[in-house]
Structure formats: structure tokens, C-alpha cells
Design a protein around this ligand. Structure first.
Ligand SMILES: CCC/C=C/C(=O)SCCNC(=O)CCNC(=O)[C@H](O)C(C)(C)COP(=O)([O-])OP(=O)([O-])OC[C@H]1O[C@@H](n2cnc3c(N)ncnc32)[C@H](O)[C@@H]1OP(=O)([O-])[O-]
Length: 719
């Protein structure tokens, strides 16, 4: 857990050995404490160097240990003892120094880092604050403004930036440990008092109150309802206004409040859920660590609409050659100009040169004969997509992987028209594809494990959070959206307004309420799908009772809105009104208010006051209920996968953990009761009927999310 060696006859080299990130587990803290004691007591030792094995200094406290009681020596006294020691201690930072790892570096008297190292205090992203002295030492070292920014955002710094800020003493391109040992030898005998960061005086910040106020407003706006950044600000204020001994107490009080909060649990759950999602597994035993992905050097995108353009950019910026195909010259030219502009802006932002030489634009599918992988991103029309896949079968070499970016159509039906169903897989990107992190990899029943591995690995390479899901209408994300959207429109019928529903959801933490989000996405897509499935339009049987379709409650208000040409932001009118087509500033529209009033009076609906609690319960419990059905049907393998999809694709607030985690935090029994209550009032809304899996989990005593998998026995796993 920590290796102790004597090098150059007088330097104690202490190496943290806790792969993969040398987290400060209880065993590591114990070994560190013993090693430090030995170094400080050994007269042969004149200086100490601390480093981490496998090119990684330290990833911080062991997050897995947060769930249980504290075992082993606490971190704070251990760090204090290092700083107070009479022999110079040098941190040799390679890879990462994050969280407690960064705080460990801060108590060392000197810090040397490899030029590729990254440093930071990401505790805030886990719902915590740097409570091993970080909030008190860092402001003393680099001043309040820079420390505040680092601590409240959790941003990782490059070694060069850390050097400029005065965090590091030296950055090296050579072997960091060897450089640190030489440095330590030179430091022997030099006075240490000015190197003990806790003894420094925090540099004075003019207009401290105004700065703290401005940052407070900023974090409140960015992360509505999130506690940790606010606690971080209070802790940093203590560094500016209190002596170290008092500041450290304040830091620890604030940490205690955060540590036991539901928000910290949710955020830590998200950290692990994101990593769990990458570990896909199929019933036949194939999984992430035994299936080899194909190497993808070249790809083709068919269709240069919004999605296609974003996908081209995502591929080209990670160095993959892309052939972009359109059906008409004009569309090709427009798409080309837009892609080039997007790539140039992206490259400028990242300070690199745009990889335009990787792009080729063509009108001919014949040009795709040698590519490794194709992603079809044409209009959402099954007949059109089938034609494209048939054509691809003829044109592409037999080993080319064929992917579809459909947002909900049957991937296996497309596989069926090709000569290689095993090489067909869904890659469902989210709009805008070069920005949104989520990728649903849709596994058809015939997709081979190698094909799935290839799509998952390509997603990772593009910086996406990829989640493997089964093939059913809407897959996971869009399938769950239906009950959520239905509940929102039913609430309008019953007396709510779009702005009231949105406000309740935004106060809950969503970046955007459901109606604002629908306006952004465009209302016409859903309208077309409803028309195609006979829910609205001329094909609806006139004998259908009003507000009912296919034996279920149905709200026609979204259709009425579309019939007026209100398709959302793009037409300047939707659930809200905007200054102009393409405008983003949503304002409540009196016309919508009138429409709702007329609609209610036409159907004799007496509007009632609807509480925010009812809005949240009906929208989010219906969402989670569909998640249980998805687990039952084997479309998602784990609740973590569903949560990750909602966090990265649908703006679900991270500090609530995702719909499934949120349901477990509220208490499954309570959610079940509320769903039963709403279902009784709406027996014609099947989405409100609690799923059998949900009831089973409650009957089993509502186990924590991580244990649900043991209770899920799907008849047919689609994964
Ligand atoms: C009083 C105390 C105050 C201090 C508080 C803190 O320090 S709070 C902490 C502040 N520190 C942070 O917030 C840093 C959190 N960590 C990271 O940001 C990244 O892991 C990374 C940048 C270190 C490496 O990225 P990468 O893409 O190369 O690798 P990867 O991300 O895939 O991880 C590999 C494996 O390591 C696991 N694991 C990782 N870290 C920890 C941990 N601290 N603990 C336990 N486990 C950890 C991770 O789950 C995964 O496990 P799996 O799935 O294989 O079983």
C-alpha cells in the first residue's frame, strides 16, 4: 500500500501502491503513517520524496470507503504531521494529484510535477469539499480568487497552469521521481517554515465580499439547489477571515453537513454509475473485457442534417477520416460549409488546428467501398433507412460495420435487409451530437459482440459516455420520455400551465423543464410519429371518444399546437413564444393560455390548483416506473445504465442521481404508494400502474439500487 525505499543513501522514497489510482484507502493511510514515522525517525534520512506507482501520484480519498464507517488513521492528522516534520518532503507528481491526493501534495514542502500531470480538487463534483485542509491551504498559497475557482468548479489544471499559479515549484519532462530526489537533496538544510502552507497568511483580496457574492450568484445559477459549491464558498471565506486553526474547524463542520447529505450520495453514485455503464455484458457471456473491438480508421456518415454534421465533427476531431454523403448537391454544399465552420470553431476553442484534411464530401455511395464503419443519419423513415442499408450491403466491403443513428426505430429490421446482420448496430447520438456526451449503443438480437465492442469503443474514443441498450421502440431514453411527456400534458389539461410545470422541474434541478425542452427539440417530430401511428390526423377513427386513443387517455393539445404551425423554437412559437424563429428566450404566450382555457371548457374540465409536488411525482415517478419495465424487459441491464442515460442525455440533475436512484432515495415504498394513488385516479393510464419488478423490490424490503440486479429475472435479456 506504500513502499519504502532509501535512495541516494539519504532520501526516503515513499511510493503509494494502491492501483489503479493510488486512492488513499485506510490501508494506504496506515502504511503512509508508518513510512513517514520511519523516515522522520531514521537519522540516515535527510529528505523524503512521495510519489505514486504506475505513473499516478494519487486520485484522492478512496470514494468507496465513504459508504462505511471511518477505519484506519484519519487523513488530516497524517497530513499535518508531514507538513510539520523537520525534514524536507517533496511531492513527485505524475498522472494525477486530485482531491486528497492534491491535499497531500499541498502539505509537502515542495511540489514537482511531470508536464503531463493534472491537478485539482474535484470533491465538489462528489457533493463534498476538500476537507483535508484544502480549502484553507490553497487560498493561502495562491490567493482567494484562483482557489475559489478551483474549489467551486472542481476543474483539473494542467501542470503548466499549476506552475503559473504558484502551486508547483517545477515542471519536468524527465523522470519526475529522479528529478524530485535531486531536488530534495538540494533542499536539505534550508529553512522549512516558509514552505509550510498552513503557516502562510492568505493574500488580501480587495472587495472580498463582492467577489464571494458574485461567485455565489454564479454557482446558484449554474447548479440550482446544489449544496456543495455553496459550502465550498463558505469554507474559502473562512480562509480569508479566520486563522488557520479556526478555518480548519469550519471546513470540517461544513464537510460534516455535506458528507451525510443525499446530494453527496447521489453524486458519488453518479461517479460509479458512469464507470459501471461502460461494462456491458451479454447473456452469452460476451462482455466489455473479453470482446475485442475492431480498429476504426475511416468512417462514413450518410446524411448531413443536424445529427449527421455533429457526428462528422465528433469523428474528425479524434483523428478518424470521414466521408460525408448527401443526396443532393445543394444539401451537400450546405452541410460541408457547416461542418467546416463547426470544426474550425471547435479547434480554435481547444487551441489545436482543425483536422479538415480528414474530410471528404460526396454524392456517391460508391465512395464508401473501403471504409471501416458507416453511420446512417438520414431522415427518421424506416423505408428510406432500409433502402440505404440495402445499398450499403452492396457497396461496402463485407467487413464494414453498419450503424444507424435512429432514435427509436427497429435496428434488427434494418439488419435484416443487409448481407451482414451481425455487423449492424444502433449508435444513437443526442443532438447536438458534437456536444452531447451520451451515446446509446443499440444491440440488435443479431449484433455480434465484436460489433457492440466496436461501437462502444468508438463512442469512448469520441469522448462519449456510451451505454449498451436493447432494441425496442425508443430504446431506453426515448421510451421513458413518453410517460414523462404524457404526464406533463395531462397536467395542462387539469389546470397547470407550461411555465408552472417547467418551473417545478427546473426547481427540482432540471436544466430545462419538459415544455422548454420540447420547444428546443422541435414539436413536429413527435407529431409526425403520432400521425404515423394513427393517434392523430385523418386516420383517427371518428368514433373514438374524445381524449382517448387505443383505449387509453390521450391529450390532443400537442397536436393542436402543431396544427397551428407552432413547432417550437425553430418557428418562433411552440409551448412558449420567442422573439423570432430560432430565438431561445422563452416567454409565456397568452395564446397558449387561451387555447388551454377553451380546451378545458370544451371538454367540461374544471381546472384545479396543482402543487409542485404533484408535478414532480407524476412526471418523475411515471418516468422511473417505465425504467422498471425496461429492466424487466431486459432492455437495460442495470438501473445505473438508465440513470446514466438520463443524466447525460436528458438533463436529469446529477445531484439527484438519475430517475432510478431518485426513486430509491425517496423510498420505493413511498413511490409505489403515490403511483398506486395516481393510477387509481387514472385507470386508463397504464404507465401509472406500478410495474411487477417495482412491486417485487418493495416486497423484498426495497434494497439499494446497486442490489436490484439480483432481483431482476428477465425472460429475454436483450443485452
Ligand atoms: C477528508 C477527505 C477529503 C478528500 C476527499 C477526496 O479526495 S474525494 C476524491 C477526490 N478524487 C476524485 O474525485 C478523483 C476521481 N477519479 C477520477 O477522476 C478518475 O478516476 C481519474 C482521473 C483519477 C482516472 O481516470 P481514468 O479514466 O484513468 O480511470 P477511471 O475513472 O475509469 O477509474 C479507474 C478505476 O478507479 C476507480 N477510482 C478512481 N478514483 C477513485 C477514488 N478516488 N476512489 C476509489 N476508486 C476510484 C474507478 O471507480 C475505476 O474503478 P473500476 O471501474 O475499474 O472498478
Amino acid at each position: 500500500m506504500a513502499r519504502y525505499e532509501l535512495v541516494k543513501r539519504s532520501v526516503a522514497l515513499i511510493t503509494l501502491t494502491n492501483p489503479p489510482v493510488n486512492a488513499l484507502s485506510s490501508a494506504v493511510r496506515h502504511a503512509m503513517a508508518k513510512s513517514m514515522e520511519r523516515a522522520l525517525n531514521d537519522p540516515k534520512v535527510t529528505a523524503v520524496v512521495i510519489c505514486g506507482e504506475n505513473g499516478r501520484f494519487c486520485g484522492g480519498a478512496d470514494i468507496r470507503e465513504f459508504a462505511g464507517p471511518l477505519r484506519g488513521p484519519p487523513l488530516v492528522p497524517l497530513l499535518d504531521a508531514i507538513e510539520a516534520g523537520q525534514k524536507p518532503v517533496v511531492a513527485a507528481i505524475e498522472g494525477v494529484a486530485l482531491g486528497g491526493g492534491f491535499e497531500l501534495a499541498l502539505v509537502c514542502h515542495y511540489r514537482i510535477a511531470h508536464f503531463k500531470a493534472r491537478l485539482g480538487l474535484p470533491e465538489v463534483t462528489l457533493g463534498l469539499l476538500p476537507a483535508a485542509g484544502g480549502t484553507q491551504r490553497l487560498p493561502r498559497l495562491i490567493g482567494i480568487p484562483a482557489a475559489l475557482e478551483m474549489i467551486t468548479t472542481g476543474r483539473h489544471l494542467s501542470a503548466q497552469e499549476a506552475l503559473k499559479l504558484g502551486i508547483l515549484d517545477q515542471v519536468t519532462e524527465q523522470n519526475t521521481c529522479e528529478v524530485a530526489v535531486e531536488f530534495a537533496l538540494r533542499a536539505v538544510g534550508k529553512p522549512l517554515s516558509s514552505r509550510r502552507v498552513s503557516m502562510l497568511t492568505t493574500p488580501c483580496t480587495p472587495d472580498l465580499d463582492a467577489l464571494l457574492e458574485a461567485v455565489t450568484m454564479q454557482v446558484k445559477k449554474k447548479a440550482r439547489g446544489v449544496m456543495a459549491p455553496l459550502a465550498c464558498i463558505q469554507a474559502v471565506r473562512a480562509a480569508a477571515t479566520m486563522p488557520y486553526s479556526k478555518g480548519i474547524k469550519r471546513e470540517s463542520e461544513l464537510m460534516a453537513t455535506l458528507f451525510n447529505s443525499g446530494q453527496a450520495q447521489a453524486l458519488q453514485y453518479c461517479f460509479f454509475a458512469q464507470r459501471t455503464a461502460g461494462k456491458w455484458t451479454l447473456p452469452n457471456g460476451a462482455q466489455w473485457n473479453n470482446s475485442k473491438p475492431r480498429e476504426i480508421r475511416s468512417a462514413a456518415i450518410i446524411g448531413l442534417g443536424t445529427m449527421g454534421r455533429g457526428i462528422v465533427v465528433s469523428l474528425a476531431r479524434v483523428g478518424i477520416s470521414v466521408i460525408a454523403v448527401e443526396s443532393e448537391k445543394k444539401l451537400l454544399e450546405t452541410g460541408k460549409q457547416m461542418v467546416i465552420g463547426m470544426l474550425e470553431r471547435d479547434a480554435k476553442r481547444r487551441g489545436v488546428s482543425a483536422s479538415l484534411n480528414l474530410l471528404k464530401f460526396t454524392l456517391s455511395l460508391q465512395d464508401l467501398k473501403d471504409v471501416d464503419l458507416v453511420i446512417e443519419a438520414v431522415f427518421e423513415d424506416m423505408a428510406l433507412k432500409k433502402r440505404v442499408f440495402q445499398e450499403l450491403s452492396k457497396v461496402c466491403r463485407p467487413a464494414t460495420v453498419l450503424c444507424t443513428n435512429t432514435s427509436g426505430l427497429d435496428v434488427d429490421a434494418l439488419a435484416g435487409v443487409t448481407d451482414r446482420p451481425h455487423l449492424v448496430v444502433g449508435m444513437h447520438f443526442f443532438s447536438p451530437a458534437h456536444v452531447m456526451k451520451l451515446l446509446e449503443v443499440v444491440c440488435g438480437p443479431r449484433s455480434s459482440s465484436e460489433t457492440i465492442a466496436t461501437a462502444m469503443s468508438l463512442g469512448k474514443r469520441m469522448g462519449k459516455v456510451s451505454v449498451a441498450v436493447g432494441n425496442c421502440p425508443g430504446f431506453v431514453g426515448n421510451r421513458m420520455l413518453k410517460p414523462y411527456l404524457d404526464q406533463a400534458t395531462f397536467l395542462l389539461e387539469e389546470g397547470a400551465t407550461p411555465e408552472q410545470v417547467d418551473k417545478a422541474l427546473e426547481d427540482f434541478g432540471f436544466a430545462m423543464g419538459v415544455f422548454r425542452m420540447s420547444d428546443l427539440a422541435g414539436l413536429d417530430v413527435g407529431w409526425r410519429i403520432r400521425k404515423e401511428s394513427g393517434l392523430t390526423g385523418p386516420d383517427v377513427d371518428p368514433k373514438n371518444p374524445p381524449r382517448r386513443r387505443q383505449g387509453r387517455r390521450y391529450c390532443p393539445v400537442p397536436d393542436m399546437i402543431c396544427e397551428q404551425g407552432r413547432f417550437g423554437q425553430k418557428t418562433g412559437r411552440g409551448w412558449y413564444m420567442y422573439d423570432k424563429p430560432g430565438g431561445t428566450n422563452a416567454k409565456p404566450d397568452p395564446l397558449i393560455q387561451n387555447l388551454l382555457e377553451m380546451y378545458r371548457s370544451r371538454y367540461g374540465i374544471q381546472p384545479r390548483n396543482i402543487s409542485d409536488q404533484e408535478i414532480i411525482e407524476r412526471c418523475l415517478f411515471a418516468l422511473a416506473n417505465e425504467g422498471f419495465r425496461i429492466l424487466e424487459d431486459g432492455i437495460a441491464a442495470r438501473p445505473e445504465d438508465i440513470d446514466v442515460i438520463y443524466l447525460f442525455g436528458y438533463g436529469f440533475p446529477r445531484h439527484r442521481g438519475g430517475p432510478m436512484f431518485y426513486a430509491s432515495m425517496v423510498g420505493l415504498e413511498r413511490v409505489l404508494q403515490r403511483l398506486e394513488h395516481y393510477h387509481q385516479a387514472n385507470p386508463d393510464v397504464p404507465h401509472l400502474e406500478p410495474s411487477p419488478l417495482f412491486k417485487k423490490l418493495v416486497a423484498c424490503g426495497s434494497p439499494p439500487v446497486q442490489k436490484w440486479r439480483e432481483h431482476i429475472k428477465t425472460m429475454h435479456s436483450h443485452l
